[in-house]
Design a protein around this ligand. Structure first.
Ligand code: HEC
Length: 207
């Protein structure tokens, strides 16, 4: 295909010729050179800054910082939670905590237990029925999540999640109980007594 231009080209030609090919003398414009040189100069300082400056940060630093901020936002006023019955029952009722726990559950636990907790074939057990293998009371959820079960078939999460995050996860798993999701894994283990009722919030102090 040949391209045609409506106007004749009057640009001067360079004085060299290779295999019959001639070239117009169209040097790159000055502003182009300026930008190019600016990028060269910039890259020099850029490399020095990121490789040597104590002010530079890595993606890992940024990630850790974001995690810390997120953590402070979430647990700022709470301090370290106790993995006891009362705390777990209260945490189950906290919608914000349960939303956070749900997303952790989906990213970490769903690979074996399914997004709804009903268990995937050949890996995780069904957490939505009343049968449990390693759990007799609600605190045991925290223990199983922390140390794992069945020689690592259920992996320990101690190094992965903080105490508070494990409390949230345990409370979240407690909320899954009784949902009896259809199509989940068959019941395993024994039927355990229902979770105790949450103690009512402490009455305000009389003045
Ligand atoms: C690699 C697969 C896998 C992952 C990931 C996994 N689990 Fe498990 N989980 C299992 C298996 C298998 C069991 C049953 C262990 C047994 O047979 O005693 C189990 C058991 C449990 C139990 C006890 C259930 C019972 O009947 O005693 C709880 C609670 C639990 N998992 C919660 C979690 C949570 C929360 C997460 C995410 C932080 C998680 N699991 C991630 C495989 C997994």
């Amino acid at each position: 295909m040949t391209t045609t231009t409506s106007q004749p080209i009057n640009d001067p030609l360079t004085d060299h010729e290779y295999d019959g090919i001639r070239e117009y003398d169209n040097p790159t414009p000055g502003w182009w050179h300026v930008i190019f040189l600016a990028t060269v100069v910039f890259s020099f300082f850029y490399a020095i800054f990121w490789h040597t400056s104590p002010l530079a940060w890595t993606e890992q630093d940024a990630w850790a910082q974001a995690q810390e901020e997120e953590y402070a936002k979430l647990f700022g006023s709470v301090g370290e939670m106790k993995p006891d019955q009362a705390t777990l029952l209260q945490t189950m009722a906290n919608e914000k905590f349960m939303a956070v726990a749900r997303s952790r559950f989906i990213s970490t636990c769903a690979a074996c237990h399914g997004t709804d907790g009903a268990g995937l074939a050949a890996s995780g057990v069904n957490l939505t029925d009343d049968h449990f293998k390693n759990v007799k009371q609600i605190e045991d959820l925290y223990r199983v999540i922390t140390v794992g079960a069945n020689n690592g078939a259920m992996p320990a999460q101690e190094s992965r999640f903080s105490v508070n995050e494990r409390v949230l996860l345990a409370a979240y798993v407690a909320t899954l109980r009784g949902k009896k999701v259809v199509g989940g894994q068959p019941a395993e283990g024994e039927v355990i007594p229902p979770w105790p009722a949450a103690s009512p919030a402490p009455a305000p102090e009389p003045k």
